[in-house]
Design a binder for this molecule. Structure first.
Ligand SMILES: *Cc1c(COP(=O)(O)O)cnc(C)c1O
Length: 215
């Protein structure tokens, strides 16, 4: 399938309130330019250096999404060029980003919903405790726009459904205390974006279903 076909099949299937972020990690500039020429403006990268290099080389009106685990020593590189950082997974990273965020930085809090040790993020109960304690996450430079989560890599449909449901439930539960800009629920990738949308995703991060598999 070509990039145009991959894109069209997703764009035709998603509701208008869902944002499609094309995950271009490991893919060359030409692939991004091809999707850009087709009208796409939201691109996702998971490595800081690759994100910086691509942002430098490509048009300024691209909205870059930093989607992967971000090391604190890369915060100063990524914050100024990202339109949304999806992967705030510790208070320490949040605090570091606040030092480099300029006027206002939009971020998502990554929540650990998968039945896997190697995925990053706050556990739901831990995050609720942090909010209840009220001591952290108050930088005037950072706006928490919502939550992000990755489901377990599995064929088990009902497990994926339950994990996304859990994230949606947490989102609904905390959103009254998070303000009007708390409007983004980033969940769903190539293998599970349909399930994610059924469970209330507002933003899907899709790589291989658009650009083909990564080496
Ligand atoms: C790579 C990646 C994606 C996209 O994965 P595909 O399965 O290729 O769609 C989405 N989100 C994150 C955080 C990723 O690292």
């Amino acid at each position: 399938m070509s990039i145009a076909e991959g894109l069209a099949s997703i764009q035709n299937a998603i509701p208008s309130n869902v944002t499609l972020v094309a995950v271009s990690k490991t893919k060359p500039l030409e692939a991004i330019q091809e999707a850009y020429a087709l009208g796409l403006r939201d691109f996702g990268e998971n490595r800081a250096v690759e994100l910086v290099e691509k942002a430098k080389a490509l048009p300024d009106d691209i909205r870059w999404h930093a989607i992967g685990h971000l090391q604190r020593n890369k915060a100063s590189l990524v914050a100024p060029i990202s339109s949304l950082i999806h992967s705030v997974d510790s208070i320490r990273l949040y605090d570091e980003l606040s030092k480099h965020s300029g006027e206002k930085l939009d971020v998502l809090i990554q929540i650990h919903i998968a039945d896997e040790q190697n995925k990053h993020g706050f556990y739901p109960d831990d995050f609720k405790k942090i909010l209840d304690a009220g001591d952290d996450l108050h930088s005037p430079n950072i706006k928490i726009r919502g939550l992000m989560g990755m489901a377990t890599f599995t064929d088990n449909h009902s497990q994926i459904t339950n994990e996304f449901k859990g994230l949606r439930t947490l989102f609904n539960e905390i959103s009254p205390t998070m303000g009007l800009d708390f409007d983004t629920l980033s969940m769903g990738m190539s293998g599970d974006w349909k399930i994610a949308i059924d469970e209330g995703s507002t933003l899907i991060r899709v790589g291989s279903a658009i650009f083909g598999s990564r080496n």
